[in-house]
Design a protein around this ligand. Structure first.
Ligand code: NAP
Length: 260
């Protein structure tokens, strides 16, 4: 089996990385950062996000295991003092997996469309002026939005930025995605639905505007500012991120431990 280690820059994570490299060598487990079967992340959930984007091209072939050196993470099951156990675990057949879908973002500008993906969420933000958006769900024109922007998240991302925006926590096995508003303007002239929308995976949200200048699109930790977007189509993709499960952990238990 070939494994890669993807650690954040923090001193503790780098120390754990060195220890793990030694233990993998002793156990004759090959390190391959180009074509790994398993990626061991060392850090927090933010590190997992970075690793997912790093290995996005081969996401169908790669499985992730998270070691958390930060706060108890959503994607990170192992502690730094469990490295020996983890190496033994790697030597066994990895049959128990969890799969989480990626968000599909089709961004069209100047007659060219780019296929992008996010694991937690995408946001469309305008820090400089009120952003207007025409929101369509499938073929239905739904609303005319004015405000800072919107956040569209996967079920796994529902506990991240989405939650800070008052969005619901979505159970990971539900095939749906969610759109939450970011500082919408609501008065006698402008009106938006105001509630987060939970949308089934087969539907598509299209965002259009007569003025997309200076708009920022974030995808997880990545961001870019655009001037000439024509439209953005968002849905749940059929590509997944795969994690090797250590044990069956109750999702609601994890939510409770993390937030309460
Ligand atoms: P980061 O510092 O790595 O992540 C920000 C925080 O979000 C960290 O505490 C991270 O946990 C946590 N997190 C990430 N994914 C999560 C998930 N699925 N469920 C629960 N918590 C999660 O910052 P970054 O590298 O820029 O990461 C980008 C992420 O930050 C975005 O995907 C977005 O969800 C989040 N974010 C949140 C807000 C907000 O809540 N106002 C604003 C901007 C961005 P760890 O400490 O374990 O890494």
């Amino acid at each position: 089996m070939k494994v890669a280690i993807y650690a954040n820059e923090r001193e503790h994570s780098q120390q754990v990385k060195e220890q793990l490299e030694l233990k993998l060598k002793e156990a004759h487990i090959e390190l391959d950062h180009e074509n790994p079967e398993i990626v061991l992340t060392i850090g927090g959930d933010g590190t997992v996000l970075h690793a997912v984007h790093h290995y996005l091209d081969q996401i169908e072939k790669v499985k992730f295991i998270g070691i958390h050196t930060g706060h108890l993470g959503y994607y990170t099951d192992w502690l730094p003092d469990e490295l020996d156990e983890l190496v033994q675990f790697l030597k066994q057949k990895q049959s128990r997996i969890s799969q989480y879908p990626l968000l599909s973002i089709m961004l069209c500008e100047d007659k060219t469309c780019h296929q992008l993906y996010a694991f937690n969420e995408m946001t469309l933000l305008n820090a400089f002026r009120t952003q207007h958006l025409n929101v369509t769900i499938d073929d239905l024109f739904f609303e005319s939005f004015r405000g800072t922007g919107v956040c569209i998240s996967t079920p796994t991302g529902s506990t991240a930025y989405n939650k800070s925006l008052g969005g619901a926590i979505i159970y990971p096995s539900l095939k749906a995605f969610q759109m939450t508003e970011i500082a919408s303007i609501n008065n006698n002239v402008f009106r938006t639905i105001g509630s987060p929308l939970i949308i089934p995976h087969e539907q598509v949200v299209t965002l259009k505007s007569e003025n997309f200048s200076d708009v920022t699109i974030t995808r997880d930790h990545l961001y870019e500012t655009y001037q000439n977007i024509e439209k953005i189509k968002v849905t749940l993709s059929n590509r997944h991120v795969t994690f090797v499960k250590r044990r069956d952990v109750s999702f609601w238990g994890r939510v409770k431990d993390h937030f309460l």
